[in-house]
Design a protein around this ligand. Structure first.
Ligand SMILES: NC(=O)c1ccc[n+]([C@@H]2O[C@H](COP(=O)([O-])OP(=O)(O)OC[C@H]3O[C@@H](n4cnc5c(N)ncnc54)[C@H](O)[C@@H]3O)[C@@H](O)[C@H]2O)c1
Length: 388
């Protein structure tokens, strides 16, 4: 059992506070939608792993909310960092503040669970990792969407290859439904933009799916709302292409303006079929295989140039069936997983009983892909060699 304190109890930190305070581990509504008894049966009881000992936020409204929920609210950040009762500090602040507070926490003798993106730049993460090494404290990136049902369904098809070798993957997600990112997410200096907000999750998962080198990164970014208050531009959406050493091709698309994500959110094309799933819940995840060919069907290519049309346009059977016409579909079973894997692993790796699953080095690689992608975006989307 470890004692945890949270700095920043807004949208995400507030979710963590409730999840840990009430011992459910439910941090966000998307996962909470998956109420499945088989998943609950294998899920770690987080009330036996983590105890919320206090929270701090500069916003008095958020502090009042926490008090009403029965949480202990510190008198200021220093009281939190000086509390000898705190083993772990969870950082759920705007992105540009993560590095400062992560280093401060580790120097105060605390382990750190840090919201994604752990930092806006790889240089800041390198500094954090140096402090983690110096102090011997665990730095744990909260790249939690590795445990989303949609991703797990696609990863299963990638790993087990029931429809042959994976060839390429498309993954799309929206991000807010507004005309662009809002609040601090719309300001470059605060670590805003869709690449740092959603790109981090999408890239992290793909790097855990295909473990070979990323040879090339190409990315187009767009900004529709103009400069932020400092005259800088955040990416309000991006289209990213990653080429892996084993030939796997990945296309990732995210944009603040299309929360109702274009469907399917996932499309994994393999040698013998396609796997599809919707975002977050993995609802309707399925394999689609073409119907077996008629063994007597012979396409008469030789006569094509001279052949006369035998039916008029609009009559007869179309030569090419409509999408889905002859396909065979099979559902992909929900992957049963411990939905508190990340919290469990955080505590167990501090206690030395489990290897750290999401590591600082993995987060650093994701940040380097994102930096390369944004650089490609600035250059109009040209492909940049990455781990060649
Ligand atoms: N892993 C996920 O799925 C996920 C989802 C949402 C957000 N996040 C991450 O969580 C972090 C916070 O995002 P959010 O949506 O909760 O933002 P938010 O704006 O809702 O919350 C941030 C909170 O930090 C407080 N704050 C700001 N400066 C502070 C300071 N110096 N000291 C104390 N409190 C301060 C604000 O008052 C606010 O309550 C970001 O890094 C974001 O990327 C992760």
């Amino acid at each position: 059992m470890k004692n945890i304190a949270i700095i920043g109890i807004g949208n995400m930190g507030g979710g963590h506070a409730l999840a840990i305070h009430y011992g459910t581990g439910y941090t966000d509504w998307q996962i909470a939608q998956i109420i499945n008894p088989d998943i609950e049966a294998v899920t770690t009881d987080i009330s036996k792993k983590l105890k919320l000992v206090g929270v701090w936020d500069i916003d008095p409204v958020r502090r009042e909310w926490a008090e009403k929920e029965g949480m202990h609210v510190y008198s200021g950040e220093d009281e939190l960092f000086d509390d000898p009762n705190v083993d772990i500090v969870l950082i759920a602040l705007p992105n540009h503040l993560h590095c400062h507070y992560a280093c401060k926490a580790m120097r105060a003798g605390k382990h750190v669970l840090c919201e994604k993106p752990v930092t806006p730049t790889s240089a800041e993460l390198e500094e954090i990792l140096k402090v983690s090494k110096e102090t011997g404290k665990v730095f744990y990136p909260r790249q939690n969407r590795r445990w989303d049902p949609d991703y797990l369904a696609m990863k299963k098809i990638f790993d087990e290859q029931p429809i042959g070798k994976p060839l390429n993957l498309e993954n799309r997600i929206g991000g807010g439904g507004a005309a662009g990112p809002f609040g601090w997410r719309a300001v470059k200096a605060y670590g805003g933009g869709m690449m740092l907000d959603w790109g981090v999750h999408l890239i992290d998962r793909i790097l855990q799916m295909d473990k070979t080198k990323v040879l090339q990164v190409a990315c187009q970014t767009f900004n529709l709302n103009g400069p932020d208050k400092n005259g800088e531009y955040v990416d309000e959406g991006f289209n990213l292409r990653l080429v892996f050493e084993d030939g796997f091709n990945v296309y990732i698309e995210s944009g603040a303006a299309h929360f109702d994500s274009p469907t399917p959110a996932w499309r994994l094309t393999c040698e013998k079929g396609i796997a599809e799933a919707e975002a977050m819940t993995g609802e309707g995840a399925k394999i689609i295989k073409p119907a077996p060919r008629d063994p007597n069907f012979v396409r008469d290519f030789a006569s094509l140039p001279t052949r006369k049309p035998t039916v008029m346009r609009g009559e007869g059977k179309p030569w090419f069936p409509p999408r889905g016409g002859n396909n065979q579909e099979e559902p992909i079973d929900l992957v049963i997983f411990d939905r508190n894997s990340l919290y469990r692993n955080l505590v167990n790796c501090i206690e030395g009983t489990e290897e750290q699953i999401v590591t600082g080095e993995q987060a650093l690689r994701v940040l380097r892909v994102m930096e390369t992608a944004l650089k490609s975006g600035e250059m109009g989307g040209i492909a940049i060699d990455f781990e060649k």
